[in-house]
Design a protein around this ligand. Structure first.
Ligand code: MYR
Length: 185
């Protein structure tokens, strides 16, 4: 009989991570499916997923700042890079690229070529107009609002609809200056 060789801690952990990621992907799919049943209109489902993401984002920013040690970004360009390279990696396990900047540096696209949220997903024709990954844009909107940046986030490309990548546009609407809580005297 072959001896039982225990796997290393790393291998076991990697396996847990994969299983957790799959569980998360499948759970998200089940939530979208339930919303489609309950709300019927895809536009309503998009709104609900975005709101769920927003509610996650306003909480997740604390964990992000604590774990990443990221400090105040100098401008919105740096913020976008931080979201794409650090935030997405931390919470989704993949990085995004940033492009399509406007001349003012207040509007850009985040582009994902690899998106674990859509593993195992195929959309039927009845789901035309569904932004399946709206939770992600909601998370970004919520997280940025907690660091004083009001944004509008819009989906541009979606691989589930036959596009070659996932792309959403993030537009900085307003940056609320943070008030210094103490007097300088
Ligand atoms: C600053 O205050 O200037 C730093 C701002 C950093 C914002 C980072 C937001 C992270 C959002 C993570 C999104 C993950 C989506 C899966």
């Amino acid at each position: 009989m072959a001896p039982v060789v225990p796997r290393s801690g790393d291998a076991i952990f990697a396996n847990f991570e994969r299983v957790n990621a799959e569980l998360f992907t499948l759970t998200y799919g089940a939530i979208v499916r339930q919303l489609l049943t309950d709300l019927e209109e895809v536009e309503e489902v998009n709104k609900q997923l975005d709101q769920m993401g927003y509610n996650i984002g306003i909480r997740l920013i604390d964990e992000f700042l604590a774990k990443s040690n990221v400090t105040r970004c100098v401008d919105f360009r740096e913020t976008a890079e931080v979201i794409a390279k650090v935030g997405f990696k931390m919470f989704l396990g993949v990085t995004a690229s940033v492009s399509n900047w406007d001349t003012e540096g207040t509007c850009c696209s985040l582009i994902l070529e690899d998106n674990p949220l859509v593993d195992f997903v195929e959309l039927p024709d009845t789901c035309q107009g569904l932004n399946y990954c709206s939770i992600l844009s909601g998370v970004v909107r919520g997280a940025l609002e907690m660091v004083s940046m009001k944004t509008e986030v819009t989906w541009v490309r979606d691989m589930l609809r036959g596009d070659d990548a996932f792309e959403f546009q993030v537009k900085l609407l307003k940056q609320v200056p943070e008030e210094y809580p103490y007097k300088d005297d």
